[in-house]
Every structure is written in C-alpha cells, then in structure tokens.
Write a protein that binds this ligand. Sequence first.
Ligand code: HMG
Ligand code: MG
Length: 298
Amino acid sequence: SYPSRVKLVDVGPRDGLQNEKSPVPAAVKIALVHRLQDAGLREVEVTSFVSPKWVPQMADNAEVMAGIQRKPGVRYSVLTPNLKGFEAALASRPDEVVVFGAASEAFSQKNINCGIAESIERFAPVTEAARAAGIYVRGAISCAVGCPYEGEVAPERVAYVAQLMKQIGVQHVGVADTIGVGTPRKVQRAIEAALQHYALDDVSGHFHDTYGQALANTLAALELGVWQFDTSVAGLGGCPYAKGATGNVATEDVVYMLHGMGIETGINLDKLIDAGVYISDFLGRKTQSRAATAILNK
Ligand code: HMG
Ligand code: MG
C-alpha cells in the first residue's frame, strides 16, 4: 500500500534556477522561497555553495540564505560539494547539506571534476564537520539509471555509491534520475539498490522529467514505500553538466496526483500554483506543470 503522507522538498530555487543563463536577482529567489514556504512546503533546497565559475547562477548563495525569513518547521538545505563549500555555507545556518555524487564515473568527472572514489574522500570531511555541527547530511546519487556520457547505469553502481556514502556517515540518499531517462521498473531497481544500504525512511527520489516519465517513476517509488521526493515548482530545472536534461517533475503535478490518491502533503495547491506563476512570469515563460496549466485555464 502507498504511504499515507509524503514529504516533498522543493528544489526549484536550486536545481530549478542553477541552469538559467540570465541572472535571477537574489530578491526574486528569496521571494520564491517565501512563496514556497507559505504554500506549505516543509523543506526547500535553496542554493549551492559551489564554484561560481562552474555555476554562476548560484554565486549569490550567502545573500539568498541571509535574506530568507525563516518559518518555524521549515528546513533549508544547500549543496556543498567539498569542505570549502561547507565552510562557506556554515555562516548561513543550513538545516541540511547535500553532498552530490554520481553512479557514473564520467558524470562525476564532468559535474564535480573528480571520480567517484575521490568524491567520497571530499564528502567525508564535509559529513564529519556537518554532523559535528548538528547539520543533517543528505547525499545525492546522480545518474542512478542513466548517464549522458555512459548510457545505461546498472543498479549495482547505485548500491556501490550508496555503500560508500553510508560508510562515511551520510544520513540519507536521494536516488536521482538526472536526465529523466528512467522508466518505472528501472527506477525501482535503482531504489532497491539504495535500500540495500539505507532504510526506507532515509531514501528519497529525485526525478527529472525529460522523457515525461517522472510522475510514473514517482508512483513506482511510492509502490516501494518511498515517501520523500525532490520536486521543482513549475517544473523548473536541469543540470548545466547534463546536456539536454530538463526540469524536475513539477511539484504541482506531484501534489495533484498525491491529493487525488488521498495522500497528505501539507501543501496548498493553489498557493503553490501562485508560486509557480510568480517565477514563470519572472523568467518570461510558461509553467511546465500540466496540473497548474489546466487549473489556470479552467
Ligand atoms: P575544482 O576546480 O576541481 O576545485 O572544482 P578545486 O578545489 O581545484 O578549486 C578550484 C577553484 O575553485 C579554486 O579557486 C577554489 O577556491 C574554488 P581559485 O583558487 O582558482 O580562484 N572552489 C570553490 N569556490 C566556491 N565554492 C566551492 C569551491 N570549491 C572550490 N565550494 C568543484 C570542484 C566541486 C568546486 C566544481 O566542480 C563545482 O563547483 N561543481 C559544481 C557543479 C554543480 O553545481 N552542478 C549542479 C549541481 S548537481 C545537480 O544538479 C544534480 C542533482 O540535482 C541531482 C540530479 O539531478 O542528478 C543534485
Ligand atoms: Mg537534479
């Protein structure tokens, strides 16, 4: 049976905006976070403490974190690929940091400039420092079903990275379909691989919708009992180091599906749609959410 309650982490301000070519002012990012928390999101992935040369759009990370009026009960997470990023993030008082590795060697190289084994060596001190500071550590496993450079990725690769993350003390892993090539059974195999090393409560799904499979993949993950997902308001997003990848599954579409199934999210869909309209208007494009589009056109 499906979980009765699901937690969604909106990664729109981070995954959604990291790929935008023209600058999005910090004030707009802050306003987006405010709208998401007002809509009932309990966790927002706000920004990344990565190299501004690699991802210019996230260069305002500290400014964005400082500008947020925090709402009690809401968690604010940020990406930290190495100790330098973690140390920079610390002053922003994140509730959670995300180390991001990959199940594919080639993607790891392209995205964070090192192979899988070396990435774990970089994540270990981040994890240790974060846990010592009482900050929760999540690990993202990119290319968990397919890689833009290596093609299909075997579940054993996911299990391998999950095991390494477990060994260094990463508390939670997100199984990520970076380029949206996964289909339900393949995604289930990838999640089962992560479940060899992590408990069900410590595994989430992160599905990009490039091939239109993300909602089906979400349902497939729910069938396994997974109850935590990263989603992106208005379906924003992509990764600058994964050519052709589009946004994450739209938060609005997932909320519409879950509420239709009688599964609680704590999210107000109308307010969420407003948040999506806000950022889509700013970017000058239409929302990628089918549910939002349908409801707005009613
Ligand atoms: P590197 O060049 O190997 O780093 O990059 P380095 O340690 O050799 O340092 C080189 C320079 O970068 C130095 O500066 C460092 O100070 C600086 P210089 O002396 O030349 O002026 N530097 C930093 N600056 C700011 N913050 C830092 C930092 N670290 C070093 N943290 C690095 C390695 C990881 C930094 C780089 O490859 C990088 O920033 N990559 C980030 C790529 C990225 O953000 N990708 C998108 C996020 S992942 C994603 O979207 C996938 C996900 O959504 C799940 C999915 O869908 O799959 C999570
Ligand atoms: Mg992503």
